[in-house]
Ligand binder design. Structure first.
Ligand SMILES: Cc1cc2nc3c(=O)[nH]c(=O)nc-3n(C[C@H](O)[C@H](O)[C@H](O)COP(=O)(O)O)c2cc1C
Length: 168
């Protein structure tokens, strides 16, 4: 069972999880897929709650999210470390990660993209803006450190249309 919570109630936890093992970014296209993200931002913009997720062009997820208008972010409070590592190193091009790693998709409340049952906290997001990174505007040190292979991120801005936690 899920309980709706204010989108900003768990911001500290989300930041902590992003930076220590990551969280699941799920996108549904011709195939349902999830991948681990370790970067992301929650904030307030255009009078809306917004979740920004960065996806590099090399990801299978990139092809899916480019054709989609939505995504979900699912976050375990504890555990699923192995699954996060696997979803962050294996590609949906080669496998069904949900099946392979025992993750259960559950229908979204508002959008058509599922969340992951085994997680505690979920965000359903409708994409309202995207921005390809522009290398010319990037700090040179960051460019050299993170983009030696020129595999830049595209940032997807999702309006948070539902945010809820699992309750026992
Ligand atoms: C802890 C962690 C954090 C990651 N963060 C990101 C991220 O923020 N953006 C990104 O594009 N890839 C990130 N990755 C890499 C993708 O999760 C990885 O390339 C994945 O296999 C892509 O899956 P896909 O090809 O099915 O889309 C991360 C990986 C790990 C392990």
């Amino acid at each position: 069972m899920f309980k709706d919570v204010p989108y900003d109630q768990y911001m500290t936890e989300v930041t902590q999880k992003l930076s220590s093992g990551g969280v699941f970014l799920t996108v549904k296209g011709e195939k349902l897929n999830t991948m681990t993200i370790g970067w992301g931002l929650i904030g307030h913009m255009w009078g809306k709650p917004i979740f920004i997720v960065p996806v590099r062009k090399s990801r299978f997820t990139y092809g899916l999210i480019e054709k989609s208008s939505e995504f979900t972010v699912s976050i375990p409070f504890d555990g699923l470390k192995k699954e996060l590592a696997l979803c962050g190193s294996r590609s949906g091009r080669d496998m069904d990660k949900f099946k392979e790693f025992g993750l259960t998709p559950v229908d979204g409340k508002v959008i058509n993209t599922p969340v992951i049952e085994q997680c505690n906290l979920h965000y359903e997001c409708k994409i309202v803006y995207k921005q390809e990174m522009q290398p010319d505007y990037l700090d040179l040190e960051y460019d050299e450190k993170w983009y030696g292979n020129k595999d830049y991120h595209t940032l997807y801005f999702g309006e948070i249309v539902a945010c809820y936690v699992k309750v026992q």
